[in-house]
Design a protein around this ligand. Structure first.
Ligand code: APR
Ligand code: ZN
Length: 358
């Protein structure tokens, strides 16, 4: 089958047609991919922002159909449609038991398990998935069953970007009705955060991006105001009277915009860091301001979402017309176009590219 392999840092992905899968083991599920979104974290794995063991089949935002299940699997059967969750939800570890499956302790082991075979060598898929492949094997804990009548391209976006962004606004930041919100970055994650803030009833939602077309698109998803980074002080005064925003969400992963997000929140407000920055980069705060600002500075992993309850909720919001997923797909590609899709994403030309597998 075809799969896109990252052999070394900063290299182009190599799309091969001779990749196979390991035998299906206990507790594992064999899935035929129907769709995969292309997320910035895939680019971050390629450029080393997020360190990953290489070689690796990239892709962590996908949906498909179960072909076969291994011994002991009870959640799904062949023919079921599933969202692939890039963090497992094992239901047994400490974090899962206390209702924080997005921190599941199985995550490391699931990510390291090699299920693809390339040139006779077993290699893993990104985050235990590897959705840039026609088929994959993953742990039962990484699949969430969905109704068979929902289009799987829509479903794939829920696998990362939408859960991450909507979840950050609703679960992590806890955006409240009538509040003011600023979102930095209008890619798949930021647009989802904007939609989450709208769903939560924010009165004002300011979208900040450096690309004009992104700002125009942000308006159609619920941003009430938009601006380039340089115009933020003016908009902050206009919208909040200079006090700062109730909620500020960073959906880029850049130390400068992370710092700007903290600064954009009002005293007593919430700054929520959704973007994944480079392991070696630092953000600094004065010892005094952390105390004096009384801000809630939060990291947000996978939208602080318990995938088995939150993903179905997102699909109900979509069915009710309250979450626009169709318009987020701005480019449809084949697996062979993956390197072009990376380039387009880095140029700020897409909200989401989605790979259609035949
Ligand atoms: N100032 C303003 N906007 C910026 C800046 C900046 N300095 N740098 C990038 N942007 C904008 C881009 O123009 C783009 O619209 O941020 C957006 C980022 O979107 P994508 O590249 O599509 O990334 P996305 O998939 O949304 O992921 C965003 O969340 O999950 C993490 O790893 C992911 O860190 C990444 C972040
Ligand atoms: Zn992602």
């Amino acid at each position: 089958m075809k799969a896109a392999v990252l052999n070394g840092m900063d290299q182009e992905l190599v799309v091969r047609d001779d990749v196979t899968l390991t035998d299906l083991g206990p507790g594992e599920v064999h899935v035929k991919l129907v769709s995969s979104g292309v997320c910035h974290s895939d680019v971050s794995a390629q450029n080393g922002t997020i360190p990953m063991p290489l070689p690796l089949v990239l892709g962590h935002e996908g949906a498909g159909v179960v072909l076969e299940v291994g011994p002991g699997v009870t959640d799904v059967v062949a023919g079921d449609h599933v969202i692939l969750s890039f963090v497992p939800a094992c239901r047994k570890c400490g974090p899962c038991e206390r209702g924080q499956s997005y921190l599941c302790a199985q995550s490391g082991a699931v990510s390291a398990a090699p299920h693809f075979v390339v040139d006779g060598t077993p290699i893993p898929g990104m985050t235990g998935l590897g959705t840039f492949a026609e088929e994959l094997i993953t742990a039962e804990s990484c699949v969430v069953k969905v109704e068979n009548d929902i289009p799987l391209d829509i479903v794939s976006l829920i696998g990362c970007g939408v859960t991450t962004g909507v979840g950050a606004a609703i679960n992590t930041a806890g955006v409240t009705p009538g509040s003011s919100v600023v979102v930095f970055g209008c890619g798949g994650v930021g647009i989802s955060a904007i939609q989450g803030a709208r769903i939560a009833g924010a009165a004002e939602i300011l979208a900040v991006d450096m690309v004009d077309s992104k700002l125009e698109q942000a308006k159609t998803f619920g941003a009430t105001h938009v601006c380039k980074p340089d115009d933020l002080p003016q908009l902050r005064t206009e919208i909040t009277g200079g006090e700062g925003f109730d909620f500020a969400l960073e959906c880029i992963g850049n130390p400068i915009t992370i710092r700007a997000t903290f600064d954009a929140a009002r005293r007593g407000g919430t700054a929520c860091i959704v973007g994944v920055g480079r392991l070696t980069e630092q953000v600094s705060f004065s010892a005094f301001e952390l105390f004096y600002s009384d801000k809630n500075l939060r990291g947000s992993m996978y939208g602080s979402a318990n995938v088995r309850t939150f993903m179905p909720k997102l699909l109900r919001l979509w069915k009710a017309g309250k979450l626009d997923l169709e318009s987020m797909i701005t480019r449809r590609i084949q697996l062979e176009d993956i390197n072009d899709a990376f380039t387009a994403m880095q140029a700020g030309q897409v909200i989401r590219s989605v790979i259609d597998y035949k």
